[in-house]
Design a protein around this ligand. Structure first.
Ligand code: FAQ
Length: 336
């Protein structure tokens, strides 16, 4: 396990007394801040402040959990895809999400955490995953809408992460973003097919799916900047490059033009072009709903975590077999 944290030895604060910080630690922190200011990337074995390391473990592990939990809503439709072509595309997409989870767990492991610890944190509720995956997938149009809006929002959020100051995360994101862009296009194309070549009932199904996914999609970017406890520090450290609200605005502006082309509307009467800002205004977002879903009380939270718990428990024999195999190979290598 790497031990690159610079301030793990910092004494606990005692009320009324300034904690003692060694000159060496202060200098190491100053060198780190100078590297960030110079736009340098931080590698796994480089010294880094403990808070930077923890912030990355939190964000990267939650991102990994989101990719893995995110397979469940779409997995629900593999057996019901309308054609062989759509089934093959959906299977490939879901497999990609599993791969994204694996790159991200590996990136988080370079920071000294383990896959087991990260999974424990997910299953006992200490770690979050994206709110969006707690909504049900009710019709085939939800598959296209997830690709268009959910993957579209994910790309908008993730492209700036390709320049994250932590290099292993940035490298993983470059590959992930290439795949996400295929995901977004396949979703949009599936919806376009239904809208242009489908029946009246299929067009209504697309509009219904868009009505249900719009608000949860724009909540994906996280709370408003003034209520986001992590954004300011994460931006100072170059982990996040663009704030939650700025990304949400970019997504809304791009989505409006795409919706017009598709022939669907968004369920927000307040969504209007603001000539002065050269951006769209939008109606109020129901942040109470967002926090309810993040807090575990969304439509599918229990089902999603139940599925992950079952997979982890039923996969125990695979992990045990892999460890036993590795131990055997080690013993053979040492005896040779
Ligand atoms: N859901 O201070 P901030 C995908 C939490 S991948 C749940 O603003 P931060 C691909 C946040 O963790 C989607 N919780 O936090 C796909 C924090 O709680 P904590 C996932 C949320 O970290 C598509 C608290 O609220 N993408 O979709 C959410 O600076 C289709 C305060 O928030 C990523 O994870 C939320 N939506 O900014 C897969 C991208 N938003 O941790 C399958 C990487 C906020 O202090 C199918 N992550 N929270 O207890 C990020 O960019 C950031 O972590 C944000 C949040 C922007 C998500």
């Amino acid at each position: 396990m790497y031990t690159q944290a610079m301030d793990t030895q910092r004494p606990q604060a005692v009320p009324g007394r300034q904690p003692q910080v060694s000159a060496e630690t202060v200098q190491a922190e100053q060198r780190f801040e100078a590297r960030i200011a110079a736009g340098e990337f931080i590698e796994a074995k480089d010294p880094m402040p403990e808070h930077y390391r923890k912030t990355l473990v939190r964000q990267i592990s939650q991102h990994a959990h989101s990719e893995v939990v995110g397979m469940l809503p779409e997995g629900n439709w593999i057996t019901r895809a309308p054609t062989l072509k759509r089934k093959a595309i959906l299977l490939a997409k879901i497999q990609d999400e599993a791969g994204h989870g694996l790159y991200l767990y590996a990136a988080a492991e370079t920071l000294g955490t383990s896959r087991g610890d990260m999974t424990d944190a997910l299953l006992d509720g200490r770690a979050k995953y994206s709110s969006i995956f707690n909504y049900p997938t009710l019709t085939w149009a939800d598959m296209g809408t997830i690709g268009w809006l959910v993957d579209g929002a994910a790309i908008m959020n993730q492209v700036p992460l390709c320049r994250c100051s932590y290099a292993p995360y940035a490298r993983a994101m470059v590959r992930i973003c290439r795949e996400e862009s295929f995901h977004q296009r396949q979703g949009y194309e599936a919806l376009l097919t239904m809208m242009r070549q489908g029946t009246e009932a299929q067009r209504a199904m697309v509009q219904d799916a868009v009505n249900r996914w719009w608000w949860p999609s724009i909540m994906m970017f996280g709370p408003p900047d003034e209520q986001s406890p992590n954004t300011a520090q994460s931006m100072r450290w170059g982990i996040k490059r663009i704030s939650n609200d700025a990304l949400r605005q970019k997504f809304i502006d791009a989505a409006v033009a795409q919706a017009r082309e598709l022939g669907v509307s968004f369920p927000d009467p307040g969504l209007v072009w603001n000539e002065a800002r050269q951006q769209h205004d939008h109606g109020p977002i129901d942040w109470a709903e967002f926090w309810r879903v993040v807090g575990g009380d969304g439509p599918c939270n229990q089902e999603r975590l139940g599925a992950r718990r079952k997979a982890w428990e039923e996969g125990a024999w695979v992990r045990e077999a892999a460890l036993a195999h590795a131990a055997k190979r080690n013993a053979i290598a040492q005896a040779a």
